[in-house]
Design a protein around this ligand. Structure first.
Ligand code: CP
Length: 313
């Protein structure tokens, strides 16, 4: 593995999942990262990604440097040939080159603006780091994808599945803020690569990018989609077609006990943070069916498996 920008960087997904599950059972990798440094830049807030990736790096023996780049760093210019006479103080060319001297791996979180689809899809921030850094780059959630979360989710499904080919349903839920499509994009992408019966359910107007969902069935009747599900992944996202917009305020899409009863006693997943009683009801989050804490724990081992592969190569 040279970088971890998206799921295409994984050479063998089943092997990487198995490696992460093995690390969870027996974590004795503290030598591999000795003398190496992970630098993490956050242009947006984080709890799980920041702390689980730091923990993963430390379990490998690495040093870790973290910077809230969105508030503490110089405002970065990403345009080639820019005349830098306004608020942008430093060009990505220098910033990435300098960081590459301090760090053996650079990890970056940069959310989309959700205003300009083409701009967000160009993934300027993460791709610029990849272009100008001379060390591997890890995506800690970019404009269109969250591949560390997706690997975590794949690990969780593989660990908890009770049947050979479980039914996995990704369901939309209402949220008061316009959220990126990055988590559902990467979840859809990773589920397509596994031997699962995968279905997406969302209201009209919220279909994800067809280039990512491909042949995955998209059902607009939530209860129909949830029938006999073994796993339910609940997540909000803003409209892709009406880019970045919230199109309705349909609270009936919240995942509650009534919806759970339609499923095959499903394991309920969410990437977190979750808005209780808006996205998922208390009665579900506080039930045995909720696997969100188990899932969040797997963030560490997903990150560790990725960092380990980057260090080895
Ligand atoms: N799921 C996830 O990425 O959590 P954070 O935003 O807290 O990092």
């Amino acid at each position: 593995m040279k970088n971890y920008i998206d799921l295409n960087d994984i050479e063998d997904l089943p092997a990487l999942i198995a490696e992460a599950i093995q690390l969870k059972k027996n974590n004795d990798q503290a030598q591999l990262g000795k003398g190496k440094t992970l630098g993490m830049l956050f242009f947006n807030a984080s709890l799980r990604t920041r702390l689980s990736t730091e923990k993963a790096a430390k379990l490998l023996g690495m040093e870790v440097m973290v910077m809230n780049a969105g508030t503490d760093g110089w405002a970065l210019e990403f345009e080639d040939g820019a005349v830098m006479n306004s608020d942008k103080a430093e060009h990505i060319k220098e910033a990435a080159a300098v960081l590459s001297q301090y760090c053996d791996i650079i990890a970056v979180r940069a959310f989309p603006g959700l205003k300009d689809k083409n701009k967000d899809e160009a993934e300027q921030v993460i791709n610029s780091f990849k272009k100008y850094a001379s060390v591997p780059v890890v995506n800690l959630e970019s404009a269109t994808g969250h591949p560390l979360q997706a690997l975590t989710d794949a690990i969780t499904v593989m660990e908890l599945k009770k049947t050979e080919k479980p039914k996995v349903v990704l369901t939309w839920a209402l949220h008061p803020r316009a959220l990126p499509q990055s988590v559902p994009n990467s979840f859809a992408d990773v589920m397509k690569r596994l031997d699962v019966d995968f279905v997406i359910t969302n209201p009209e107007g919220y279909d994800l990018d067809k280039r990512i969902t491909g042949d995955t069935p998209v059902v607009h009747d939530q209860k129909e989609a949830l029938k006999d599900a073994d796993f339910v992944y609940v997540k909000n996202w803003s409209s892709y077609d009406n880019y970045g917009q919230i199109l309705n305020s349909d609270e009936t899409w919240m995942f509650d006990l009534e919806k759970l009863k339609v499923t095959n006693n499903a394991s309920v997943m969410h990437c977190l943070p979750v808005r209780r009683n808006v996205v998922i009801a208390d009665e579900v989050l506080d039930s045995e069916n909720s696997k969100v804490i188990h899932q969040a724990n797997n963030r560490t081992f997903a990150a560790q498996a990725v960092l380990k592969n980057l260090l080895k190569s």
